[in-house]
Design a protein. Sequence first.
Length: 133
Amino acid sequence: WIINETLRLFPPTTLLLPHYSSQDCTIGGYHVPKGTILFVNAWALHRDPTPWEEPTKFKPERFEKERDQGSFKYMPFGVGRRSCPGNNLALRNVTLALAALIQCFDWEMDESDQRMVDLTEGEGPVVMHKDKP
């Protein structure tokens, strides 16, 4: 759940692979002519308050009851035939790394330092780097 929530807030890429409109259509009230190149903004999609309650808050527990795999509200690696081919490998590696960190170290808060971790994002089209490292 922690990994899913992290990928929801900080997807590996802001814009997913482009799609090509094969026919005229209407999306969200906008006319999209045939031949238009369309980009899906994963960052905006994952922070949309319509499907996500408190979308800017880190709440891994929201994935406890999330089992809707057919939903398009969560797609950090894209979906369908244009999804990232390394999706499964990436998730397994991150899961193993997180498990090793949890198992090998004792984690505790520094009681004398009450500052929160600064997660202010910098600018960039691919990975959202921290504004100040």
